[in-house]
Design a binder for this molecule. Structure first.
Ligand code: NIG
Ligand code: FE
Length: 390
């Protein structure tokens, strides 16, 4: 297989601490060789070996591709009016999900896939090379299964979220338990073949901790790995549950106690923060500094969905994380790459050490700091997945 040398890299972030520059493993005046879709060599441009192909990036910065570990890209319609109402003072509630459920059920498979493909192209254009895709806007056995079947054509990271909200058919008082039984039973059976993960929106207006424990437990028994929407709207106890079940990730973490932070820091559960959600719902940001100071592993993801965070743009999320959540630019880049990979329990992506999948982005900038320093400017010049321009 041909070798491809990328050289004259002004600043190469590898997330391989062995290369120096702290956890980001930053090398200057660097080069990288890709072979068979993986990183075969990294070092100084002056010492680069010969290769079959040669790309001179003219002093640009190169970063690992972003790993978007939390996205809801299988849906139809939008909720622009709901957003406008929020900006005029309304508050966000889980109930808005049901309007996307109606639009999603009414869409054809082709419409759902075309929308997913549009969002996937946006993600790639913003430097994302791995993304998660949740179901959760079908909420019937057939609609959840088809969402996952469509998602699985585009990503390996598929997540069954039948427990997003109680389906409209079960919305009357006293029927939620019947819906939980459906999710754990027939819906899970139909979804499991197309899903790697199981998730529950454990929050006010959605599912409580006991229901979440039951549903995640059923998913684990069916061979899926757990992750959870935790404490977005209020403190529910979902973080303790995440740690109890060894969830790969507890997502949102907007409302945390000291005990939650200590539990996350002492666990294998990544705290995935979603700056786009607080931005677009005008909510208070989670206390990222306390999580980082405690030693928790922190990821940043887009949460792309039509209700609370309709963005596919990871550099935007990084800029918000830096400006409003007080990440340093380096911490934010790590969280959007290596952190996302840890939230998906992947070791092959999120870094550019030798042996990693050659997923990276060439920036229209000399340094990754520009991702936050130049908010809203399209700085992703080119995205490569498995060494191939995407
Ligand atoms: O992660 N919180 C639950 N799910 C989404 C929002 C879904 C919606 O409002 O449609 C989220 O923010
Ligand atoms: Fe979400």
């Amino acid at each position: 297989m041909a070798t491809h040398l990328f050289t004259n890299i002004g600043q190469l972030t590898t997330n391989d601490p062995a290369l120096g520059g702290g956890i980001l493993g930053v090398a200057e005046k660097a080069a990288m060789v890709v072979e068979d879709g993986v990183v075969a060599w990294v070092g100084s441009a002056a010492a680069a070996p010969a290769a079959d192909l040669r790309t001179d990036v003219a002093g640009a910065a190169v970063i690992p591709g972003f790993v978007d570990s939390h996205a809801h890209p299988v849906f139809a319609g939008d909720r622009a009016n709901e957003f406008a109402a929020r900006m005029a003072g309304e508050s966000y509630s889980a109930g808005g999900i049901r309007s996307t459920v109606a639009a999603t059920r009414a869409a054809t498979d082709a419409q759902l896939e075309a929308n997913l493909l549009r969002l996937k192209r946006e993600l790639i254009a913003s430097g994302v090379t791995t993304f998660e895709a949740k179901s959760g806007y079908g909420l019937t056995v057939a609609d959840e299964a088809r969402a996952l079947e469509i998602a699985a054509r585009h990503t390996a990271e598929t997540t069954f979220l039948g427990a997003h909200v109680v389906a409209p058919e079960f919305a009357d008082a006293g029927k939620a338990d019947a819906y939980v039984a459906l999710v754990k039973g027939e819906m899970l059976s139909a979804a499991a073949a197309h899903a790697k993960w199981i998730d529950v929106f454990c929050d006010r207006g959605a599912f409580d901790v006991d229901q979440a424990r039951e549903i995640l437990g059923a998913g684990i028994a069916a061979g899926l790995a757990p992750r959870i929407h935790a404490n977005q709207l209020t403190r529910t106890g979902a973080v303790e549950l995440a740690v109890e079940l060894d969830c790969a990730s507890a997502d949102h973490c907007t409302h945390l106690t000291e005990a939650d932070i200590a539990a996350l820091a002492g666990s294998n559960t990544v705290a995935t923060l979603l700056p786009g959600a607080e931005f677009s719902t005008r909510s208070t940001y989670p206390d990222a500094r306390r999580l980082l100071a405690a030693g928790a592993t922190v990821a940043i993801a887009t949460d792309c969905n039509p209700g609370s965070s309709y963005t596919t743009n990871m550099p935007f999320c990084i800029a918000v994380a830096v400006r409003d959540m007080h990440f340093t630019p380096a911490e934010a880049l790590w969280a959007a790459t290596a952190g996302g990979a840890k939230a998906l329990r992947r070791t092959d992506v999120g870094h550019l050490g030798v042996g990693a999948r050659a997923d990276f982005a060439i920036l229209e900038a000399p340094s990754f700091i520009h991702l936050a320093y130049r908010p809203g400017v399209p700085l992703i010049k080119q995205t490569f997945i498995g060494g191939v321009a995407a």
